[in-house]
Design a protein around this ligand. Structure first.
Ligand SMILES: C[S@@+](CC[C@H](N)C(=O)[O-])C[C@H]1O[C@@H](n2cnc3c(N)ncnc32)[C@H](O)[C@@H]1O
Length: 269
């Protein structure tokens, strides 16, 4: 009978998995994550009928291993998100957008399943002084972007919305889609999705943004990627524009041309 307990993940195999994740995304799995990684991958091993991590690593290295490599990243790279997460950021943006003298270009640069990008869009629809604002939502994982672009969520997520915004910006499912919300067409027209890996050179066509959100990714990046990713992004943030990071993250001591406005909100110099 197959064991319920994960097979042993040796230090060398853990190092090899960490290396793969880091090279693909810049994400550094902490030293103390070995047991968590073993537990997460155990289910994959069972699904694939593999007895141990040696066989799993051999599969990853084989010519057929690319799909499994994508699965590995999906299992090990954090992708949690929800609407209006860190709501003070959205309050600050609402005030800032109301003052802006041109149509805003906003970028949710690690958008996961899209809640952040749609929250941005709702704030812009409510508060941007100029119509014609646009949101770019990007992530390295095309599967996440499919979810984000579908714009369909459990209605329970609406508990995070400001009062009245569910009715103004979403359609509520009935019949077979009861219990789901779907982002309204007016918002969908303003939001574009693109697969972008932030540790690679960014596509030149991106142009310049007024606001970039890079929230809840920085803290898991290896130090060298942290500074590289920020530099890539700042090349696309206009002077006077805003960079917003997660509350528990920091850009301190990286020597970047940023002026703090609020905790985790910076103006590009
Ligand atoms: C924890 S989620 C944060 C989602 C959202 N920004 C938020 O704060 O709610 C981190 C996201 O970063 C993405 N990510 C990780 N490495 C990346 C990379 N190198 N380039 C682009 N996105 C990346 C992951 O796929 C995941 O969707």
């Amino acid at each position: 009978m197959p064991s319920r307990r994960p097979p042993l993940l040796s230090e060398a195999n853990f190092a090899s998995i960490r290396q793969r994740v880091m090279q693909a995304t810049g994400v550094q799995l902490a030293d103390d994550r070995r047991a968590v990684v073993a537990a997460r991958l155990h289910k994959r091993l069972k699904t694939l009928g593999l007895v141990d991590f040696e066989h799993y690593l051999a599969l990853l290295e084989s010519a057929e291993g690319q799909d499994e490599h994508d699965n590995l990243l999906r299992l090990l790279v954090a992708r949690d998100s929800y609407f209006f997460r860190e709501h003070r950021h959205f309050e600050c943006l609402a005030r800032w957008l109301a003052e802006l003298d041109h149509p805003a270009r906003l970028w949710s640069a690690a958008c996961a399943t899209g809640e952040e990008a749609w929250s941005l869009a709702m704030v812009a629809a409510e508060h941007a002084h100029h119509p014609g604002w646009q949101v770019l939502a990007s992530d390295f994982d095309p599967q996440l972007l499919e979810c984000a672009g579908a714009g369909i969520y459990d209605i329970a997520q609406a508990r995070y919305f400001p009062e009245g915004w569910l009715a103004r910006h979403c359609l509520c499912g009935v019949g077979a889609t009861a219990g789901r919300l779907s982002v309204a067409p007016a918002l969908r027209k303003q939001v574009r999705f693109e697969a972008i890996n932030l540790i690679r050179p960014l596509p030149a066509h991106l142009g310049s943004f007024d606001v970039i959100l890079l929230r809840n990714l920085l803290s898991s990046l290896a130090p060298r990627y942290k500074s590289e990713v920020l530099q890539h992004l700042l090349a696309h943030l206009r002077p006077g524009g805003l960079l917003i990071i997660g509350h528990s993250e920091s850009v301190h001591a990286l020597g970047l041309p940023l002026r703090p406005l609020l905790p985790s909100v910076f103006e590009r110099l």
